[in-house]
Ligand binder design. Structure first.
Ligand code: HEM
Ligand code: HEM
Length: 175
C-alpha cells in the first residue's frame, strides 16, 4: 500500500497552506493598500496578527505530530537530489513559518502596540516601544514574507514535478 500522511497531518497541512495564503494577502493589503477607514484598517491588522499567531500554533502542532509519527520515506524512484531538495524545502518552510509570526509580533511590540490575541487575550510585550528597532523588525518581516513566497513557489514547482511530470504518487501522499 502506498503511504499517505495520516488524516490529521493532511488537515493541518491544508489548514496552514490556506491560512498562510490569506496571511500574505492581508499583509500586503495592510501595507501597500492601507485602507483610509481607520476601523477597517485596525480590523485588518487584528485579523492579520491573530491569524499569524494561530499559524504559529498550528505549525508547532504539525511538528509535534510529525515527531510522534514521522512520514514514510519518499518512493525509491525519487532521485537523490530531488529528495534532498524536498527535505531542505520542508525544513526551511517549517523554520520560516515559525520565525515569521515571531518577527511580526516583535515588530508590533516595537512600534508600540501591545498585542491582544483576537482582542481578548493580552500578550506580554517583550521588547516594548523602540523606534530604532521597529523598522528593522518590519524589514525582516518583509524579507521573511518574500523568502516564504520563494519557498512556496519551489514547493508548488515540486508538486507540479511529482504530480504532472513524474506522476509518481508523491502528491497523493498529501491528498
Ligand atoms: C505566517 C505568519 C505571517 C505572515 C506570512 C505575514 C506576512 C506579512 C506580510 C506579507 C506583510 C507585508 C510586509 C510589507 O509589505 O512590509 C506583513 C505585514 C505586517 N505583519 Fe505580518 N505576517 C505573519 C504574521 C504576523 C504576526 C503574528 C504579526 C503580529 C502579531 C504580524 C504583524 C504584521 C504587521 C504589524 C505588519 C505591517 C508592517 C510591519 O510593520 O511589518 N504579522 N505580514
Ligand atoms: C502555503 C502553502 C503551503 C505550505 C506552507 C506547505 C508546507 C508543507 C510542508 C512544511 C510540508 C512537509 C510535511 C512534512 O513532511 O512534515 C509539505 C508537504 C507536502 N506538500 Fe505542502 N505546503 C503548501 C502548499 C501545498 C500545495 C498547494 C500542494 C499541492 C499539491 C502541496 C503539496 C504537498 C505534498 C504532496 C507534500 C508531501 C511531500 C512528501 O510526501 O514528502 N503543498 N507542505
Amino acid at each position: 500500500m502506498a503511504y499517505r500522511y495520516p488524516p490529521l497531518a493532511r488537515k493541518l497541512h491544508w489548514a496552514t497552506a490556506a491560512l498562510v495564503a490569506v496571511m500574505i494577502g492581508l499583509g500586503f493589503w495592510i501595507t501597500w493598500f492601507e485602507p483610509k477607514n481607520a476601523t477597517l484598517k485596525f480590523a485588518l491588522y487584528d485579523v492579520h496578527e491573530s491569524t499569524g499567531v494561530l499559524v504559529f500554533v498550528l505549525v508547532l502542532a504539525r511538528l509535534l505530530r510529525r515527531m510522534a509519527n514521522p512520514p514514510a520515506p519518499l518512493p525509491s524512484t525519487v532521485p537523490k537530489l530531488v529528495r534532498a531538495a524536498a527535505h531542505a524545502n520542508h525544513l526551511l518552510l517549517y523554520a520560516l513559518l515559525l520565525l515569521q509570526p515571531v518577527l511580526g509580533f516583535l515588530a508590533t511590540n516595537a512600534w508600540g502596540f501591545p498585542f491582544r490575541w483576537a482582542r481578548l487575550i493580552p500578550f506580554p510585550s517583550p521588547v516594548g516601544k523602540d523606534e530604532a528597532l521597529a523598522p528593522v523588525l518590519s524589514d525582516l518581516h518583509l524579507a521573511g514574507a518574500i523568502l516564504l513566497l520563494l519557498l512556496i513557489g519551489a514547493h508548488l514547482g515540486g508538486a507540479f514535478f511529482h504530480g504532472v511530470i513524474r506522476r509518481d504518487g508523491v502528491v497523493q501522499r498529501m491528498l
